[in-house]
Design a protein around this ligand. Structure first.
Ligand SMILES: Nc1nc2c(ncn2[C@@H]2O[C@H](COP(=O)(O)OP(=O)(O)OP(=O)(O)O)[C@@H](O)[C@H]2O)c(=O)[nH]1
Ligand SMILES: [Mg+2]
Ligand SMILES: [Zn+2]
Length: 300
């Protein structure tokens, strides 16, 4: 509520928003108008226009989409090289989706305390790769953060906390990468709604089962989302996929054909840059995987 109170609201079953077929008409971060009836129940009567939103397409055939969050300033994608391993294609598809929604994305590699020397090298290369493209990246350990007083935090830990202040951030990433742990380590009891995490499967693990917004001590909020497995992307247009890979987009200006898809056309600057190592093969493969989705949907 405007006065900062929490309130339980109902929504009519047939509530639909123009043009979006989603399983959740109201998403975390939405501004809504609420009417209180004589019996004291609250009903959502209006959802204000969203500044932006991020959609996840469900992986089943219903093709329904789920709005992860609305009205956000930035997304922090939390990933891990170990326990669990986040694959690069997942990262790239996620980043491309953020590009499509024009929401700045930040990458944070968590659980660095678990990494072997070899894995530290891999981390170094990944950080080089993504910061080279232009993404802000952080190497962190939520565990170390929790075990150290804030004034002794590493530069990365302090910088991440600073980055979140005053903004609305969507925190996303595979299940188990440490999103909830990180939020606790960063803000602990200073957050206003910590701890409302339901335990769906009763496995003793505190897995987040629904998105929830936490208000930060110095302004701003972080939306903790349930871990996502696959990341069904929005329906990209084939010719637009390249726009959402910043380094591919930059290179494509030098391609001979303006409608080059970088899949074997002559005079393709993207393919040249793959050969010289200026564009990573992993990124190109992710690009192809998104392009493949487009071709597929045409024949479905
Ligand atoms: N070693 C180590 N373990 C961590 C770190 N961060 C989180 N963990 C552990 O990883 C496990 C999963 O952490 P959660 O915070 O529940 O992960 P989550 O991303 O919120 O998971 P979901 O809610 O299922 O999406 C817990 O056992 C944490 O203690 C870290 O930096 N280092
Ligand atoms: Mg969680
Ligand atoms: Zn090309």
């Amino acid at each position: 509520m405007e006065d900062g109170r929490d309130t339980e609201c109902h929504i009519k079953g047939n509530f639909r928003i123009r043009g979006i077929r989603s399983t959740n008409p109201v998403a975390v971060g939405d501004y809504v108008e609420v009417q209180t009836l004589a019996d004291g129940t609250n009903w959502i009567t209006e959802i204000e226009d969203r500044r932006n939103y991020i959609i996840r397409k469900s992986t089943n055939l219903s093709k329904e989409s789920h709005i992860l969050a609305a009205n956000i300033d930035q997304v922090v994608l939390l990933v891990t090289l170990r326990h669990p391993y986040t694959n690069l294609t997942f990262i790239d598809r996620f980043l491309a989706t953020c590009e499509a929604y024009r929401v700045p994305a930040i990458l944070a590699f968590n659980k660095t305390d678990l990494l072997t020397e070899e894995e530290h090298m891999e981390l170094f290369l990944d950080v080089e790769l993504y910061s080279g493209i232009g993404y802000r990246t952080f190497s962190i350990s939520a565990r170390q953060m929790a075990e150290t007083p804030a004034d002794q935090w590493t530069h990365s830990h302090a910088a991440l906390r600073k980055l979140l202040a005053g903004k609305t951030t969507l925190l996303s990433g595979n299940s188990g990468v440490g999103k909830s742990t990180l939020l606790n380590a960063l803000f602990g009891r200073e957050m206003t709604r910590i701890g409302e995490i339901s335990d769906a499967h009763d496995t003793g693990k505190h897995t987040t089962t629904f998105s929830e917004m936490y208000f930060l001590p110095d302004g701003g909020a972080v939306i903790d989302t349930p871990g996502i497995k696959g990341f069904g992307t929005i329906d990209f247009k084939r010719e637009e996929v390249g726009h959402y890979f910043p380094e591919i987009f930059r290179a494509s200006r030098e391609c001979r054909y303006s409608d080059c898809t970088h899949t074997g056309e002559p005079g393709c600057a993207v393919q040249d840059k793959i050969i010289t190592g200026d564009i990573a093969v992993s990124r190109y493969e992710s690009y192809l995987s998104l392009l493949g989705d487009c071709t597929e949907s045409k024949y479905r």
